[in-house]
Design a protein around this ligand. Sequence first.
Ligand code: G16
Length: 543
Amino acid sequence: MQIRTVATTPFTDQKPGTSGLRKRVPVFQQQHYLENFVQSIFDTIGTPPGSTLVLGGDGRYYNREAIQVILKMAAANGYARVLVGRGGILSTPAASCLIREYRTHGGIILSASHNPGGPEGDFGIKYNGGNGGPATETVTEAIFAASRKIAEFHIADTADIVLDRDGDHEIGDMTVSVIDPVAAYAGLMESLFDFAAIRSLLKGGFRIRFDAMHAVTGPYAQEILVNRLGALPDSVMNAVPLPDFGKGHPDPNLTYAHELVEIMYRADAPDFGAASDGDGDRNMILGKRFFVTPSDSLALLAANAYLVPGYRRGLAGIARSMPTSAAADRVARELGIPCFETPTGWKFFGNLMDAGKVTLCGEESFGTGSDHIREKDGLWAVLFWLNILAARRQPVETILMEHWAHYGRNVYSRHDYEDIPADAANSVMKLLHDRFAELQGAQFGNLQVKRCDDFSYTDPVDGSVSTGQGVRIMFTDGSRIVFRLSGTGTGGATLRIYLESFEPDVSRHHLDAQLLLAELIGIASQISELRERTGREQPTVIT
Ligand code: G16
């Protein structure tokens, strides 16, 4: 095998966002674009002797091509072994699971998560460290810095590896092990949840529907829900991963998972519905004609964790991202455990979990997970819910209503304005900053502003500081509006408005969130001059 060292010049736009580098496929197809970024990763993380790497992706367009390039570069950069999922497939949680199980020098995950795929769609690449979690900001900054001064990359001249059969192959001194992408992950799930109880629930006629959205979770759901738990074969829909996700948008929310939503709102709806995203780390939970917000889901899992074998020992603490509702904080208070508020991005939970400070984590962006791995985990959340349902034998809606009756309801919604011109989005954010002083103490109907700021976070473990993480307008009654620009989009800018209020009155708990939040929605529009500055009348997505 010959190793080639190829001269290259830097690209200026290889700065990882909320979760890795995400760009349109044609950007990645530019000569040396992928190679530059991969070499920047290798130059940053080094290659200790005998290192193993995990490699796989969500099966989207360009996944296979990228895997072949990365394998040849890993060989040229001195790796001893690479574990690749069969067909190049690994869900993000399964990759995290493998990194931890094999104690590898981290892994490379190819995904743009919930963003659409295909020749004109999105592609993405991120590095996860040896703890199985997304690289910290310090590491992603170092990768970016390396990408700005790269002058050469190393690649082995060799034939492509056959990815569709399990087995070992050699590239020079490096072994490529093509492995079952599902087995280790499914085993981990079986160790956490009461599979016998879930099996008996399903056997008793409890009907479920899981939408894999033509993305990576199909094979995982098939093996776990159908083969191991005995769910009916039609319980898993859109189960074959396709490079363009069937031209869909694999984002499990009420807008993009509409096929599932229609099924769950029919008169003969199944008892439980769920969907996951492109790379399998997000989840949406539905009951019969009932949507569970991700913020409520986190709180509910925490309150019911004592019913689940893997969590019966108790929770060390809970963490949620700042824009996520404070529903989980109420549960933490009652359990007498800490609740941490971090910036958006799963990478901020890693240190807390590694330090044993938290067990459960969640984000409003349809992410929930625990310290079993270091990524959020879509199917894990589905199994956690099924375990609770098997233990409580009540409908999803009843469980939520009982939860709210006990803790009160943190009424919550997120309004997304997608693909707006970056200038307009930035001007909205600047306007809000400029208004901090004027808003202080301002009265809007019954609501009075208590405080405004731009959220910043000091990591309690390593002391690192992250600033500019979202503008918060907080009211005296505990309601709040948060404005934040997404860090995961690839076209224009996405402005997110997060709205939250607290409703203690049980007689109002069944009311629609948009209705309960109407006053806050009006204030958000007024103070941001959103319509005037973006020309948008309505959000693109409401969750
Ligand atoms: C990523 C991150 C999440 C984050 C989400 C939304 O999820 O891993 O932690 O909450 O993006 O981020 P933003 O609001 O910046 O778009 P995923 O599923 O896309 O990897």
